[in-house]
Design a protein around this ligand. Structure first.
Ligand SMILES: [Zn+2]
Length: 667
């Protein structure tokens, strides 16, 4: 009783003596309690026990709350970092070539996640509830509006409110993982035997052993065919035909992952080895069934996520932190821009023919086509015989970009370079006791030019990771708003790879992006934004029709793809009701992930345009570092504080204008 009174007195005292902040404090408190109550279950205790818990753990003063914030930040940094360091060690044999050969236990442990039960544990020891009642969750809209006035610490506190927002039971997570694994396996086994394809007059265009995975390999083959002046277009038309059969779910099931029969995609007929036409059935609506299974699995999660009750909100508002509607209008503005028509006419001139729908994959702006790659490889192999040589050169790369010698040395000291078994990648640090990891694939003969180009991209990731971990004021703000923002840093470095070579002349000028590179990126944004629009619209449709059959989803997806095509692509590439935009396999195995790709370039061009004002390398590097020390604000607020504007496509359109207006007309 005495204690209770004391608490009550403290609250009253706090309210009366600190009028200005007390309203805000009370507002925080009731909101957090409300959110905690929504996640509190019978297993956690009775209503009375909840009330008692709140009374005991709700901070009574601002200074108590600040102390709690610091304590929770320290706990989370240690948990995340230690778990990550364990993962890195366990994965060493399976991921790196400078470790022992992986044995069976290493493969078993490669699937182990030390944090898999972290959230459950924090709810059962009630640390999650201590966090929620004192640091409530704010919606994206609230962060974007209230956040304009928040101090860095208030932002950090808001990020703490994002940590424990859901309480999804293990069996629900398991069923989601299963649905995604099924979709992944379906896509991984979806090969087209190109040697079995026949033209209508019976010609075979590809060798017997050519097998391509849909859609990535089909698309890459289509891109490579621009260089084949003899048969390129005939083959491209054939791939286009195959893709339409896949989307429309008309492909014979015998034509998937098998070369037992020959297939004429135009008439859609099969022949056996003796040349006899064979009746066939289309694959059932498996493609759409897999998507529907993933949707149903994700929907079972909805009731456990009171602050984000649909998979769409979880993906966009909470994941990307830009709403699906905002992305939708950003993308429509670009795909509907005049610049698309201008670049299309450049492509038409280069190809010397009218454009076809598959020219969304036009690959002729090869900025590096004129490079002598062999000569470059000779240079990079000599420079970087192994990973250690690249590591030793990192301070010079940073200095060349404009960093001071001491900053360059310090940033590089937090990055380790490791030889990867698979493709190159960056592995971020999750705390200030571990290094960011740059993984690169180097042959015994040294790093070839392609490997160098990728290594510089990954270096751009790791520099960003060090800046917003080691040089940041609040651990809860470490990182970037979303994947697009780290990709932007990686692109920024990657596109300067040639100028970073020691042989490149030191002009003292800021390093810049080439014109062909701009057009190449713009055209790929035009393509992938269309695909993203289809993906997002399909998910909206699924939530409006949760009980739809796979066949109904197929019909809806086709109709969505046609609408987007007819509005933004038919005027440029022709062909009414084309379904090509629904071919991406990501739509099946990584739902709603596609928008991240074009977003990376949007961010990159906003940064490029802003950084262009900083004409010396030193000023450029200082500004780049200031921006990447902003940390995990929302994408909108980050961009406002970085360049003074919200996310916008204007900079990329401006860049395209500059390139196309300076180009001599080829008419
Ligand atoms: Zn990257």
């Amino acid at each position: 009783m005495r204690n209770k009174l004391l608490i009550l007195c403290t609250i009253l005292l706090c309210i009366s003596c600190a009028k200005k902040s007390s309203m805000e404090t009370r507002h925080y408190q009731s909101r957090g309690v409300e959110q905690a109550a929504a996640l509190w279950t019978e297993q956690d205790g009775t209503q009375e026990e909840f009330d008692a818990f709140v009374e005991e753990h709700l901070c009574k003063t601002d200074s108590e709350r600040v102390a709690l914030y610091k304590s929770l930040s320290r706990i989370l940094e240690n948990c995340y970092q230690s778990a990550d360091m364990l993962t890195v060690e366990l994965l060493r044999p399976t991921q790196l070539t400078n470790a022992s050969e992986p044995l069976e236990p290493d493969w078993i442990m490669s699937g182990y996640s030390p944090l898999a039960h972290f959230s459950d544990d924090m709810f059962s020891n009630k640390l999650a509830f201590v966090t929620i009642i004192n640091f409530p969750h704010y919606t994206l809209e609230e962060k974007n509006t209230l956040g304009k006035k928040w101090t860095r610490q208030e932002w950090g506190m808001a990020r703490l409110g994002d940590v424990f927002t859901t309480r999804v039971p293990a069996e629900v997570n398991a069923s989601i993982a299963q649905a995604f694994a099924n979709a992944e396996n379906y896509i991984a086994g979806y090969n087209i035997y190109m040697g079995s394809l026949r033209t209508e007059d019976g010609r075979q265009l590809w060798p017997n052993d050519k097998v391509l995975l849909s859609h990535w390999n089909l698309r890459d083959e289509l891109k490579a065919l621009y260089a084949d002046t003899a048969q390129g277009q005939v083959k491209q038309e054939m791939i286009y035909q195959v893709m339409q059969r896949i989307v429309r779910q008309q492909i014979p099931k015998e034509a998937i992952n098998s070369g037992d029969y020959t297939w004429q995609p135009y008439s859609n007929t099969l022949q056996d080895k003796d040349g006899n036409t064979r009746s066939s059935e289309a694959e059932p609506y498996t493609r759409y069934e897999r998507i529907m299974d993933c949707a149903h699995a994700l929907m079972t999660e909805d009731p456990y996520c009171p602050t984000a009750p649909t998979a769409i909100i979880r993906n966009f508002d909470q994941g990307v932190e830009i709403t699906a509607d905002e992305l939708d209008s950003l993308f429509r503005a670009l795909v509907g821009s005049e610049q698309v028509k201008t670049v299309a006419s450049v492509i038409r001139q280069r190809l010397g023919r009218d454009l076809r729908p598959y020219d969304i994959w036009y690959d002729g702006f090869k900025a590096r086509a004129s490079l002598n790659e062999d000569a470059l490889t000779e240079q990079t192999r000599q420079l970087y015989p192994d990973a250690d040589a690249f590591a030793a050169d990192m301070p010079r790369l940073l200095e060349r970009m404009g960093f001071t010698a001491s900053d360059a040395k310090d940033i590089a000291s937090h990055i380790v370079v490791e030889p990867a078994r698979g493709s190159g990648h960056a592995w971020p640090c999750l705390g200030r006791q571990e290094s960011a990891r740059l993984r690169t694939r180097i042959a015994d003969t040294g790093m070839d030019y392609k490997g160098y180009n990728i290594a510089v991209h990954e270096f751009g990731h790791t520099v960003e990771e060090v800046l917003d971990m080691y040089y940041i004021d609040h651990y809860m703000l470490s990182g970037v708003p979303n994947t697009a923002y780290t990709e932007a840093s990686a692109f920024l470095w990657q596109q300067r790879d040639l100028q970073l070579l020691p042989q490149a002349a030191e002009s003292g000028e800021r390093l810049a992006v080439s014109g062909d590179e701009v057009l190449d990126q713009f055209w790929s944004m035009y393509e992938i934004m269309g695909v993203s629009l289809v993906d997002m619209a399909m998910w909206r449709w699924i939530y409006e029709h949760p009980k739809a059959s796979a066949k109904e989803l197929c019909e809806a997806t086709i109709s969505i793809a046609q609408q987007v095509w007819n509005t933004y692509y038919e005027p440029v590439l022709g062909e009414h009701d084309c379904v090509l935009l629904a071919i991406y396999s990501h739509m099946v195995n990584s739902p709603m992930y596609l928008p991240n790709y074009p977003l990376g370039h949007i961010v990159q061009y906003q940064l490029e345009e802003h950084l262009a004002q900083f004409t010396t390398p030193r000023a450029f590097a200082d500004e780049y570092a200031r921006i990447y020390r902003l940390g995990r604000l929302t994408p909108k607020e980050w961009m406002v504080q970085a360049v003074g504007q919200t996310p916008s496509i204007t900079p990329i359109l401006n860049a395209v204008d500059r390139v196309t207006s300076s180009r001599p007309s080829q008419d």
